[in-house]
Design a protein around this ligand. Structure first.
Ligand code: PEP
Ligand code: MG
Length: 555
């Protein structure tokens, strides 16, 4: 169940990621008497080093986040050179014989109490600067005792409060967002987070500190919210917003040719769905790494007669030639259902989606199927990147029959040497539930989420009256997808997804987490999907998917 905490949004942006709780380590400060001369010398040395560090931080911050942000460290230096504060520390070590650490804690604590007592919010927030300086001096005095905040994986950082000097050293690549139990909107941590472009929420209350490390959280720095264990739908909204934002960016298209690799190094192949030769240039322009679904029925539907084998072979080979060396998956003719063709007499059916459609129709019309298979074999003999995929399979015998047909055609046409990977679409629950039975005979699987949703939920994908029931996020559909990826991977086979769901940037993390190896979509969706992959972490995606699979109902 998700829990929402409310705070103050101080740096805009919405992110989802793994929580990391940062605790300010406290230094053990002993109260025993120390040699006054030694303590004073240690203190003076610490002042010098702190001054050097702050000067360096100021320069670095000016470069990274601008002069306004760097002014914070000027404020710290001002405290460091404050005659009253320094005199108080000197007195504590020389007169009261406190150790250097103890003097730092006592003196800064007294000053902090004075600032808090003013009741002035601005001065109260400056107390944080003082605490930052205290932490710095203590780190210098006991370098081994306080680990600096170093992070090298992307997280949403949760803390009671964060020192500005910690914040400025955060790398936005590793920090997705910051949420503080305390803090105020004009605190330097908030200012710094804004300058560094890290979404942040402050003043979210101590509940923040109860969030377990590694929990998935959604942080909304615009509205001041932090949601623990957000549902798949909230995450989808976030991803969609980001994807929309990124699609508008001129950099997105530029980046689109590069592979889609998550922040933690998991690559997923991104293909294009195509129906015509003319689609290839668009697929390439948008960064397709292959054609994940060539809907050959378009070649059959836009005409008054069956395309001959020659014509088909030419088109398939040309598409593969233009895409080479990228793979091209040719889907065997998927007609019937909602896609009749005028020149193939099809008897009227009461339930055409449950009738003689796709592989059923092909096996019932061997002349049509054989012509297509011969064309594919001929094209593949020229272009070895061609693969073949069968639609709407619901019985493993359909695979055996197709393989037998292919073997016969290879022998008849003297094309035994032609390599042709064979895969199938997973569009029926029957197939999804028994992938292990298919895997020995096939090289790959591609989930047709459009039909898998329709057949699993018994909801006609074209019937507007029940469209509210058509939901690819239904746990039944998601669980079937997971069954497919698990069983296929157990058998050493890869799984893609080529339904419309693949092109929803908001679904990318979920699909990654469900174990997809490839996504194929309409070309224009590719840039946003690739950038969503790059923004995701595979490890988080797996947790998200596990969570989605446990949901009692569809969002
Ligand atoms: C699908 O069912 O998801 C699919 C890609 O096939 P089509 O939409 O062509 O039926
Ligand atoms: Mg389909």
């Amino acid at each position: 169940m998700s829990v929402t905490l409310h705070g103050i949004g101080v740096s805009p942006g919405v992110v989802v990621g793994r929580a990391h709780r940062h605790q300010l380590a406290s230094i053990a400060v002993t109260a025993e008497n120390a040699d006054p001369a030694v303590s004073w010398e240690r203190l003076q040395r610490a002042f010098l080093i702190a001054d050097e560090q702050l000067t360096a931080l100021q320069a670095e911050t000016t470069e990274r986040a601008g002069g306004d942000s760097a002014a914070i460290f000027e404020a710290h230096r001002a405290f460091l050179h404050d005659p009253e504060l320094v005199e108080q520390m000197r007195r504590l070590v020389t007169v009261e014989t406190l150790g250097a650490e103890n003097a730092v804690v006592r003196a800064t604590g007294q000053f902090e109490a004075m600032l808090q007592a003013t009741g002035n919010p601005y001065l109260q927030e400056r107390a944080l600067d003082l605490r930052d300086l205290r932490q710095r001096l203590l780190r210098i005095l006991q370098p081994d005792a306080v680990p600096a905040l170093t992070l090298d994986v992307p997280v949403i950082l949760l803390a009671d409060d964060l020192m500005p000097s910690d914040t400025v050293q955060l790398d936005p690549k590793h920090i997705l967002g910051i949420c503080l139990a305390g803090g105020g909107p004009t605190s330097h941590t908030a200012i710094l987070a804004r300058s560094l472009g890290i979404p942040a929420v402050v003043g979210a209350g101590v509940g923040v500190l109860d969030i377990a490390c590694d929990e998935i959280v959604l942080l909304d720095g615009t509205n001041g919210l932090i949601v623990v264990s957000p549902g798949a739908s909230s995450i989808a909204i976030v991803e969609e917003q980001r994807a929309e934002h990124e699609t508008q960016s001129p950099y997105v298209l530029q980046d689109s040719a590069a592979p889609a690799i998550t922040r933690d190094g998991k690559r997923i192949e991104i293909g294009a769905n195509a129906g015509r030769l003319e689609d290839v240039s668009e697929a390439l322009a948008y960064g397709a790494e292959g054609i994940g679904l060539l809907r050959t029925e378009f070649l059959y539907m836009q005409r008054s007669h069956l395309p001959n084998e020659e014509e088909q072979a030419r088109v398939y080979a040309e598409i593969a030639r233009q895409m080479a060396p990228r793979p091209v998956i040719i889907r065997a003719l998927d007609i019937g259902g909602d896609k009749p063709v005028p020149y193939l007499p099809m008897p009227r059916e009461d339930n055409p989606f449950l009738g003689e459609r796709a592989i059923r129709l092909l096996l019932a019309h061997p002349d049509v199927f054989e012509a297509q298979l011969r064309a594919v074999l001929r094209a593949a003999s020229e272009q070895p990147t061609i693969r073949l995929m069968l639609p709407m399979v619901s019985d493993v015998r359909e695979i055996h029959q197709t393989r037998a047909l292919l073997d016969r055609l290879r022998a008849d046409e003297r094309m035994e040497q032609v390599e042709l990977s064979l895969g199938m679409m997973v569009e029926t629950p029957a197939a999804a539930l028994t992938i292990d039975l298919y895997a020995p005979w096939l090289d790959f699987f591609s989930i047709g989420s459009n039909d898998l949703t329709q057949y699993t939920l018994a909801v006609d994908r074209g019937n507007a009256r029940i469209s509210s029931l058509y939901n690819v996020l239904h746990p039944a559909v998601l669980r079937l997808m997971k069954l497919v990826t698990d069983a296929a991977h157990d058998a050493g086979k890869w799984v893609g997804l080529c339904g419309e769901f693949a092109g929803e940037a908001s679904a990318v993390a979920l699909l990654l987490g469900l174990g997809m190896d490839e996504l194929s979509m309409s070309p224009r969706r590719i840039p946003a999907v690739k950038s969503a992959v790059r923004a995701a972490a595979y490890s988080d995606a797996q947790m998200l998917a596990a969570d989605a699979l446990r949901q009692p109902d569809a969002p």
